[in-house]
Write a protein that binds this ligand. Structure first.
Ligand code: ATP
Length: 369
């Protein structure tokens, strides 16, 4: 069983930095868990504590059913792949991959079998006799992965393993890592600051900020139901638009009001907002760029959810177009159909998809609906 469990884990460094606070997480066997968050949020520290490279100040870490707080890294049945993959330059690919097994005194035949099998999985069999300097970045990264695979660990720990690759290769390796995860059927714990990487590979994602877990869920739930303002802004690119607003009641309906605009809330959301006592209160409205529409069909059907906008910049990306607009002095981004006719300088109308509006408490920043 390659489950990993963290219970009330803290890491305090000498000098007063608390890098990780009250970290609780149950990682199930065969999960691909991604820890994501901005620089300094404690991702690497968490991973290093799981690896045993960093002591736990408080709390417990289990791998399978075993408490590993005092177990040295080499006995934890894990393998770690770093951003800086540090291959031995004087050794061939085969020797690099075999090195760890040799140290552990594995029989020669077994080493050969494991290296060839890993090389086959990674598509690098033809490179086994080369030295690292004769490899591309992507090939080197595969060798680093191979070195971890041959150990046949219960858990793979990866710290930004793709960050030294160029953009195109990174995208390709993302797919390969997902496939590798399925093929190996082991638990992956992966650290990145890149939310796209997290969203494309993680079966579950842990969003962290300032050492605290903000939300743990599947990519879809994080995107559709962010628990707070931070997660809402961190997941998604371009990021969610935030608008300081107020909830007002008029003829039994509830409106989200900002500047001269009033967006009518649909019944379900209105009911919840009223029950939770937000009528008359200040809130932060969130709307994703793709939920703002400039097409006639949306404008006609959207009732009480259309605003006047001034187009500042148009970015045509091929499959979609981004409109940078100003609404009542606020800068918003709309992701619209690439056939949109909007041009910089135009005055247009934008419809809010009211079913996709998010509202956040202004003080706690927690999601209301
Ligand atoms: P990045 O994406 O930049 O690597 P991270 O989320 O992985 O960031 P950590 O490296 O875990 O963050 O660092 C978390 C916090 O702990 C930071 O404030 C960092 O400065 C601090 N920290 C990390 N290592 C040490 C150390 N050895 N001594 C003191 N403080 C440390």
């Amino acid at each position: 069983m390659a489950s990993v469990r963290l219970k009330g884990v803290y890491k305090r460094y000498p000098g007063g930095v608390t890098a990780v606070s009250d970290f609780n997480l149950d990682i199930e066997d065969k999960e691909f868990i991604v820890l994501v968050g901005p620089s300094g949020c404690g991702k690497t520290t968490t991973l290093r504590m799981i690896a045993g490279l960093e002591e736990v100040t408080e709390g417990e870490i289990y791998i399978g059913d075993k408490l590993v707080n005092d177990v040295p890294p080499k006995d934890r049945d894990i393998a770690m792949v770093f951003q800086n993959y540090a291959l031995y330059p004087h050794m061939t690919v085969f020797e690099n991959m075999a090195f760890g097994l040799k140290l552990r005194k594995f029989p020669k035949d077994e080493i050969k079998r494991r290296v060839h099998e890993a090389a086959k999985i990674l598509g690098i069999e033809h490179l086994l006799d080369r030295k690292p300097k004769a490899l591309s970045g992507g090939q080197r990264q595969r060798v680093a992965l191979g070195r971890a695979i041959v150990r046949e660990p219960k858990v793979f720990l990866m710290d930004e393993p793709l960050s030294n690759l160029d953009a195109k290769l990174r995208v390709q390796m993302r797919t390969e890592l997902s496939k590798l995860h399925k093929r190996l059927g082991t638990t992956f714990i992966y650290v990145t600051h890149d939310q796209t990487e997290a969203m494309t590979m993680g079966t579950r994602i842990v969003v962290m900020k300032d050492g605290f877990i903000q939300q743990v869920d599947t990519p879809q739930v994080l995107y559709e139901q962010p628990a707070n303002l931070f997660v809402a802004g961190f997941i998604g690119s371009p990021q969610m638009n935030f608008i300081e607003s107020r909830i007002e009641q008029k003829d039994k309906n509830l409106y989200v009001v900002f500047g001269n605009n009033a967006i009518k809330l649909p019944e379900g959301k209105a009911k919840k907002v009223e029950e939770l006592g937000y009528v008359g209160k200040e809130v932060i409205m969130g709307i994703r760029p793709e939920d703002l529409h400039d097409e006639e069909i949306f404008l006609q059907t959207a009732q009480d959810a259309v605003v006047d906008a001034h187009v500042d910049v148009v970015e045509m990306l091929g499959s979609e177009t981004l409109l940078y607009v100003v609404v009542d002095g606020l800068n918003l981004i709309a992701r619209v159909d690439p056939r949109s006719k909007a041009k910089a300088g135009d005055k247009i109308k934008l419809a809010f998809d009211v079913n996709r509006i998010h509202l956040f408490d202004k003080e706690t920043e927690k999601a209301i609906v």
